[in-house]
Design a protein around this ligand. Structure first.
Ligand SMILES: [Zn+2]
Length: 220
């Protein structure tokens, strides 16, 4: 009887503890099951390369479909494990583009302290961590500090977005120690009008740092 019970308990435990797909909740050894992974791949932009103020911007995918849902889960549903997968995908896309400087340092766009405490993590920093594991670039986690608690951008006009995030960033202590000569890659989860990136570039440029590229998971 004891053996039956323990076998039953074991299979119950396996059932409960077996990892499930983040999106459809079916059993899956990865963050996504093969079906959802396939849906995610349809959002891929085949390394979308555009230029923002003459700086190359690499986006892994289009902000739509399953990629949009995943980024929503990552930000609002405490599903931090999604960041690891997205950082890996972005890192592979980055490596496929061989023209980049391997000595660059990567700075994730920070959240304001209050928002980060609320969420428990900065999704861009988590994405940047696995991005740097894949690319071998140096992560400078606190290169920038967000000093202004800005309103959510999604319901603002492009002009209001610029005003909303103007002077939102200052140099972080970790960056001040590094030499100015290094190229900086800014990393964010979503790129929409570019207002946030523009503000971060301004803060860095004013202090004599050079932003050589931008990496984002999704471009709207
Ligand atoms: Zn699934």
């Amino acid at each position: 009887m004891f053996e039956v019970k323990s076998a039953l308990l074991k299979s119950l435990q396996q059932l409960v503890l077996k990892p499930r797909c983040t999106m459809c909740k079916r059993f899956s050894s990865g963050v996504l099951c093969p079906d959802c992974r396939h849906k995610l791949e349809t959002c891929q932009a085949a390394v979308s390369l555009t230029f923002v103020d003459n700086r190359p911007l690499i986006a892994w995918g289009h902000y739509q479909g399953l990629l949009k849902q995943l980024l929503g889960r990552l930000k609002y549903d405490q599903q931090a494990q999604i960041a690891h997968l997205l950082g890996q995908l972005l890192g592979i896309a980055w490596l496929e583009n061989q023209s980049y400087n391997r000595q660059s340092i990567v700075i994730p766009i920070p959240l304001h302290e209050g928002r980060q405490q609320e969420r428990g993590y900065n999704q861009s920093a988590l994405i940047a961590k696995s991005f740097c594991q894949v690319t071998g670039l140096n992560l400078t986690l606190n290169g920038l500090v967000r000093v202004k608690a800005t309103a959510a951008q999604f319901n603002l006009s492009p002009q209001d977005r610029l005003i909303n995030v103007a002077q939102a960033f200052q140099l972080g202590s970790e960056l001040a120690k590094k030499e100015c000569g290094k190229n900086i890659v800014l990393l964010d989860d979503i790129y929409t009008t570019g207002a946030t990136i523009h503000s971060a570039v301004e803060a860095l440029s004013q202090a004599g740092f050079k932003v050589s590229g931008i990496a984002v998971v999704a471009k709207a």
